[in-house]
Ligand binder design. Structure first.
Ligand code: TA6
Length: 304
């Protein structure tokens, strides 16, 4: 049986009026959630969260109007899952950037109505022969999301093999902002970072992060909460992590966004990626029989 047959999934996991499985863009399977607190949608390919907004709040997660939804294609926006490596593969340049989890199908393993009225959904990555050729390790991967007044995500990697395994990973979250030129990101002051727009030079952050051009940085040992302050949308988005040692901050700016081809005109002005990650020096080694959990909680509060 196809684990992602929409009508079977809806019968088995759907919750009337709250959690609905349906065909989304380009015939791809999606699950839509609408409960007392928030709405969200998730593509089954990639277990890719595409939207989340608490009721009475503008969208918090940005999705490009020009995003592609083909099989094996990564969706521009939402929360791509980068795993089991972040960025280019360390040894093999022909392997896809950011690993394969974001473009593989995942199976649904649980859908729960929690006592407080929120919903928890669980997904497990489906491995293909090709992914075993590129990553010959027995490392089951699960992603749990709780949709409520907060958006909680937990990426769980098990090492079922006989040897230690080292992974890189990120929840590559795209946040909606009114104007990138007017936002500030707090929580990274004093952290050292790798500047990917300047030949990987190592630098130190001083004060909040602001934007006036292409920005692509891996902040190392950055475990404090990050806060996106957005005067245009009159809100703060708080990002609280556990099990994440790096924070990636990315905005492609105009030229690179155009080259990528799946941004709409001026789309770069309305997004910023603040990614909960373990990347570069902060990759994680999991002992045989061990488990690693990367957890993030997003909340929104008014500025004034
Ligand atoms: O997380 C930042 C980054 O690694 C950038 O270097 C940039 O290329 C971006 O991700 C998008 O990557 P993608 O493979 O989704 O085009």
């Amino acid at each position: 049986m196809d684990p992602n047959d929409i009508s079977v999934l809806d019968q088995r996991f759907g919750i009337t009026g709250e959690v609905v499985f349906k065909e989304g863009p380009n015939g791809q399977g999606v699950v839509e959630i609408s409960n007392g607190f928030a709405m969200a949608s998730i593509a089954l390919q990639g277990a890719h969260l595409m939207s989340w907004a608490p009721h009475q709040e503008e969208l918090v997660i940005w999705l490009s109007p020009k995003a592609k939804f083909g099989p094996g294609e990564s969706i521009r926006g939402g929360v791509p899952v980068c795993w089991p490596w972040f960025g280019p593969h360390p040894g093999e340049s022909s392997f896809p950037a950011h690993g394969f989890a974001r473009t593989q199908p995942w199976e649904v393993i649980e859908v729960l109505a929690l006592e407080d009225g929120s919903n928890r959904l669980g997904f497990r990555l489906i491995r293909s022969d090709e992914t075993y050729a590129r990553w010959p390790h027995s490392t089951p991967l699960e992603l749990y999301m709780t949709i409520g007044t907060a958006l909680e995500m937990e990426l769980v990697t098990h090492n079922d093999g006989p040897a230690p395994v080292t992974i890189g990973q990120a929840l590559h979250t795209y946040f909606e902002v009114r104007d990138i030129r007017r936002i500030a990101i707090h929580g990274l002051d004093g952290c050292s970072y790798i500047d990917k727009t300047d030949e990987g030079r190592r630098k130190q952050q001083s004060g909040p992060v602001t934007f006036s051009g292409e920005t692509d940085r891996i902040y190392l040992e950055s475990t404090a909460d990050c806060v996106i302050e957005d005067p245009g949308l009159n809100r703060r988005i708080r990002i609280a992590n556990r099990g994440s040692r790096s924070t990636v901050v990315w905005n492609p700016w105009a030229e690179r966004a155009e080259a990528l081809g799946d941004f709409d005109e001026d789309g770069y002005l309305r997004m910023v990626c603040v990614e909960s990650a373990n990347a570069a020096d902060d990759v994680v080694t999991i002992a045989p029989g061990g488990t690693h959990r990367l957890r993030v909680r997003h909340t929104v509060e008014p500025l004034r």
